[in-house]
Design a protein around this ligand. Structure first.
Ligand code: KIV
Ligand code: NA
Length: 266
């Protein structure tokens, strides 16, 4: 199988074939998800909360993400790898967005970039696409703006639904190849998905998007504490890893590890 590209995603939308995106931030997860057939991997700025130990994505920098992106792209043989543009690295001007996206393409070896925002981001999207950089949009709840949005809240309820539709259409017309919709009511996500020619990727956006995305540590149960409503846990990695660590420590304490087979007699 060759590298997944934009026409493959277009064809899946045309065929009504739904697909899953996952985040990845390192070599093994990229390799595993790629071999599992996940067509698109996102090097998300969710690395802030899931790799670097920050409370939000706001402190994440380009220097934080570029090396992770390079690791993911190097390990993923088939998946399209999308890099998030971090907060503050693209909003100043289309030129700033181009400089940042260029770093992700050249140093991170990304195949595309993602940025947050609707209509306001049209000039940035247009310049990137003109320069040959595929852009994924991200609307609805946009975590980089959480301080303006007043925390994690569903977006596009009531009167603001039309604005979400207008944002999606504007991003498509600017040249985006796909759009993430985060925490919007399912009927609105359905309306946007039907209105657009490009795929929508939902997270907390109901069952009618063309694709879904989850942060892998949420999906695999590595995260501790309470997960958001839109998360489903498909494994219990946190428990599994804790059990492994305890078993290892217990065998070291008892002397059961290392055994002869783990040792060099001469
Ligand atoms: O950073 C991220 O993981 C994301 C997805 C949740 C869409 O932006
Ligand atoms: Na993100």
């Amino acid at each position: 199988q060759k590298r997944i590209r934009i026409p493959h995603l277009q064809k899946m939308k045309a065929d009504g074939e739904k697909w899953a995106m996952l985040t990845a931030y390192d070599m093994y997860t990229a390799e595993i998800f790629d071999e599992a057939g996940i067509p698109v991997l996102l090097v998300g700025d969710s690395a802030g909360n899931n790799v670097y130990g920050f409370e939000t994505t706001v402190p994440v920098t380009v220097d934080h993400l570029v090396p992770l992106c390079r690791a993911v792209t190097s390990a993923a043989k088939h998946a399209m790898v999308v890099a998030d543009l971090p907060f503050g690295s693209y909003q100043a001007s289309p030129q700033q967005a181009l400089a940042t996206a260029t770093r992700f393409m050249k140093e991170g070896l990304a195949h595309a970039v993602k940025l947050e925002g609707g209509k306001a981001m049209v000039p940035e999207v247009e310049l990137l696409v003109r320069a040959g950089i595929p852009v994924m949009g991200h609307i609805g709840f946009t975590p980089q703006s959480e301080h303006v949005l007043g925390g994690y809240r569903v977006q596009g309820r009531g009167d603001s639904a039309q604005r979400t539709i207008d944002d999606a259409v504007a991003l498509q017309e600017a040249g985006c190849f796909a759009i993430v919709m985060e925490m919007v009511p399912s009927p609105l996500a359905k309306a946007v998905t039907e209105r657009l020619d490009i795929p929508t990727i939902g997270i907390g956006a109901g069952p009618d998007c063309d694709a879904q995305v989850l942060v892998w540590q949420d999906m695999a149960g590595l995260r501790g504490g309470r997960a958001p409503r839109f998360v489903k846990k498909y494994a219990n990695l946190r428990e599994d890893l804790a059990d492994a660590a305890k078993a290892y420590a217990a065998e070291v304490a008892s002397g059961a590890f290392p055994a002869a087979e783990h040792s060099f007699e001469n």
